[in-house]
Design a protein around this ligand. Structure first.
Ligand code: NAI
Length: 462
């Protein structure tokens, strides 16, 4: 029986980051992973492969729509789907091997197989039982199924199947206008599929600032995606090559059907804790299947912690990473902390969409007086030069104190731009602090400064 200070179960961004931080803090650490490669959903079948396909398909879009305008003449490239898949697989390989390298470098043992916790202080992997002073459950999440829909990962797919379809479908129906549906829907729309998104709510991207959400939908429509909103999908009838999606319009209960070559079911994810033996162990679970934890990621069983998608909060790789680092600090007797008020969210479409903190809707609901500083990328020289002037930056600041409460960006590199606002918020900055900070010209980040200026005496270029 091998003995460890910490055994982390799951090697996704939560688990592997936690294991590395534990090792850095001098703890003898192992990480259990049953997949052939490390990195979990994010690296193998999620964030990373989808970004490879988004990048490749965006290049095609640029070639088809913008090259000629810049004097770059010639036929746009055609899609070699097999090669695009090979590129994506290579990107996955580089990233998962990178984590394996980091494990070796930090002397973390990879316990290969699926783990369970027969009792506190013990982790079973295959036939072997290992001892651990602390156990961190970082087992992640899986797509949540809808009743009446059977997933075959060929015609009716989740995000996993959608990343490796045998060919680009003629018609794709996406169920759910959330992050996954819009990112992968964008990929296939750019590659030539007719993409129809069916969404239960009357707007896309639930929880997002309403103005951004409306602009986002309009821009996606311009790119060829179509939307059926206020529609509850009832069932999907599939053969080996085709599917028929039946939905009910909420406004009048009328039923309609739509045919598709591929149906992507992207209606959310749920915690994955199967086979861990948590209930037998007495770990308290919420009625949504999440592991319940206290402010220090401790479960109801002493010595067992949980982080990432399997606990409450947004299902985001970076939230899991932060929790992974913080719980490692706690286990090492230090002070781990995550500021849940400053966790950015990004959708990697084109334009990108990014947000942090409060929305106008949440501020109104809380009855908090706020001001809005908004700046359109139309007034940003760099964006205009790069055919990227669609969208805007919106900063929400406290009416009295000017403290930044939230920010919403739709536009070029929004996912990177949001971080200067995150840093500002971590320091409790005012919009004026951002406005008084010199920003290099010409950069997209000038739009952030202009939005901050707009919270005060006004932006210059609007
Ligand atoms: P989501 O929760 O973002 O969106 C699901 C959508 O499906 C909602 O708009 C919901 O109203 C709709 N829906 C539910 N039932 C429906 C029905 N019967 N008919 C029609 N519409 C229905 O879920 P999604 O996109 O599957 O993503 C899962 C998780 O993965 C999210 O937590 C997301 O944050 C995370 N993720 C994050 C990424 C990023 O940060 N870029 C990328 C991919 C996933």
């Amino acid at each position: 029986m091998a003995s460890y200070d910490v055994i982390v179960i799951g090697s996704g961004p939560g688990g592997y980051v936690c294991a590395i931080r534990c090792a850095q803090l001098g703890l003898k650490t192992a990480c259990v992973e049953g997949r052939e490669t490390l990195g979990g959903t994010c690296l193998n079948i999620g964030c990373i492969p989808s970004k490879a396909l988004l990048h490749a398909s965006h290049q095609l879009h640029e070639a088809e729509h913008n090259f000629a305008k810049m004097g770059l003449k010639g036929k746009a490239p055609s899609v070699d789907w097999k090669q695009m898949q090979a590129y994506k697989d290579d990107v996955i390989g580089q990233n998962t091997k990178g984590v394996e390298f980091l494990f070796k470098k930090n002397k973390i043992d990879w316990l290969k197989g699926w783990g369970s916790i027969p009792e506190a202080g013990r982790v079973k992997v295959g036939d072997e039982v290992h001892e651990a002073k602390a156990i961190v459950v970082a087992s992640g999440s899986e797509p949540s199924a809808l009743p009446g829909i059977e997933i075959d990962e060929k015609v009716v797919v989740t995000s996993e199947g959608a990343l490796s379809l045998p060919k680009v479908p003629k018609k794709m129906v996406v169920i759910g206008a959330g992050v996954i549906g819009l990112e992968l829907g964008s990929v296939y729309a750019r590659l030539g599929s007719e993409v129809e998104v069916i969404e239960f709510l009357d707007h896309i991207t639930p929880g997002m600032d309403a103005e951004v959400s409306r602009t986002f939908q309009r821009l996606l429509q311009k790119q060829g995606l179509s939307f059926t909103l206020g529609a509850a999908v009832q069932k999907v009838d599939a053969t080996k090559t085709k599917a028929k999606v039946t939905y009910k319009l909420r406004k009048d209960d009328s039923e309609a059907t739509v045919d598709a070559d591929v149906v992507l079911v992207s209606t959310g994810r749920r915690p994955y804790t199967d086979g861990l033996g948590l209930e037998a162990l007495g770990v308290k679970m919420s009625d949504r299947g999440q592991v319940e934890t206290d402010g220090h990621w401790a479960t109801s069983v002493p010595g067992v912690y949980a982080i990432g998608d399997c606990i409450a909060g947004p299902m985001l790789a970076h939230k899991a990473e932060d929790e992974g680092m913080a719980v490692a600090e706690v286990i090492a007797g230090k002070h781990g902390h995550v500021n849940y008020g400053v966790i950015p969210g990004v959708i990697y479409t084109h334009p990108e969409v990014a947000n942090v903190g409060e929305t106008e809707e949440t501020l109104k609901e809380a009855g908090r007086a706020y001001k809005v500083g908004k700046f359109s990328f139309m007034g940003n020289g760099r964006a205009k030069a790069n055919f990227a002037a669609d969208g805007f930056v919106k900063i929400l600041a406290d009416e009295q104190t000017d403290r930044i409460l939230g920010a919403h960006i739709i536009g070029p590199m929004a996912g990177d731009l949001i971080h200067e606002i995150c840093v500002a918020m971590e320091f409790g900055a005012s919009a004026q602090d951002l406005a008084l900070t010199c920003h290099a010209h010409p950069t997209y980040s000038e739009a952030v400064r202009e939005a901050a200026l707009a919270c005060g005496d006004g932006a210059i270029h609007s």
